[in-house]
Design a protein around this ligand. Structure first.
Ligand SMILES: C[S@@+](CC[C@H](N)C(=O)[O-])C[C@H]1O[C@@H](n2cnc3c(N)ncnc32)[C@H](O)[C@@H]1O
Length: 255
């Protein structure tokens, strides 16, 4: 089975319980919604829309809303919540959308699933009308700490996909033609009572999928990770999980 199909399957399985695990997504959505232009959003694509958490807010400001996701299970859930909106099953790297037909693209925490972010964004820009905007968040290198360092130490493997560094992202954005770029960075810490709830959450949002498959975590390995993570417990008894997030806006320059 291809990676894309496996990602679709993993996220489809996560759809119904997703809302219990999406604290990071909700933080990022606040930053992203604040970056939207103050005008009518016009024809709006919500790429990697997941279970449609922000669809009502976007739809209220758009003349037409289209949610796109690769996971049929996510779209099924979204459609049940908002049957009057339009849902398309598709790959964000091959959008089934004609050039020059879209005013706004919103993509919250989906771009890190693109195998080639530059060609993906170039293609999204093609879909935009002049003066159209893309607002997007993506996960950067340095995320999933301190958990990630202990998983590596005690299993010998990185247990998540590699994320772009800040400089790598900026370099890739700078290769795009006919676009104004603004970008900022957010460090977000989500707190958990235990390592097991942390891992459960990562699974619950489909984020534990790896291109390079690893053997399951053995009981002894998990116990070592749990013991090392205790050093990070704060005065409120919580364990931290850090995320490094880029929030950016691309505006297609009027020609
Ligand atoms: C972390 S979730 C974010 C969902 C939603 N945007 C939110 O803010 O709650 C990532 C979403 O991207 C979707 N996704 C992953 N790879 C994709 C691809 N190649 N094309 C389209 N959607 C994809 C997943 O199915 C999932 O719904």
């Amino acid at each position: 089975m291809s990676h894309k199909l496996m990602i679709a399957e993993r996220f489809s399985r996560a759809a119904t319980s997703y809302a219990q695990h999406n604290e990071l997504q909700r933080h990022c959505a606040v930053a992203l919604l604040a970056r939207l232009p103050h005008r009518d959003l016009g024809t709006t694509l919500d790429i990697g829309c997941g279970p449609a958490v922000n669809s009502d807010v976007l739809h209220a400001r758009a003349s037409q809303y289209l949610g796109i996701d690769i996971a049929p299970g996510m779209l099924h859930y979204a459609q049940q919540q908002w049957p009057h909106l339009q849902w398309i099953c598709g790959d964000l790297e091959q959008l089934p959308i004609a050039a020059n037909t879209v005013d706004t693209i919103y993509a919250n925490l989906a771009l890190q699933w693109a195998e080639d972010i530059t060609t993906t964004l170039a293609q999204w820009l093609d879909c935009l009308r002049p003066a159209g905007v893309i607002v997007a968040t993506t996960v950067l290198q340095g995320s999933l700490q301190p958990l990630s360092q202990y998983l590596l130490k005690f299993t010998g493997h990185r247990r998540h996909n590699q994320f772009l560094g800040r400089q790598d992202l900026v370099q890739r954005l700078n290769t795009l033609k006919g676009v104004e770029i603004s970008i900022d960075y957010h460090s977000i810490t989500i707190h958990y009572p235990s390592v097991r709830t942390m891992l459960h959450d990562l699974k619950g949002i489909g984020a534990s999928y790896q291109y390079q498959q690893r053997p399951p975590l053995a009981k002894q390995q998990l116990l070592r990770v749990e013991s090392a993570m205790e050093w990070h417990r704060d005065a409120l008894g919580r364990l931290p999980l850090d995320w490094q997030i880029a929030v950016f806006k691309l505006t297609k320059v009027q020609s």
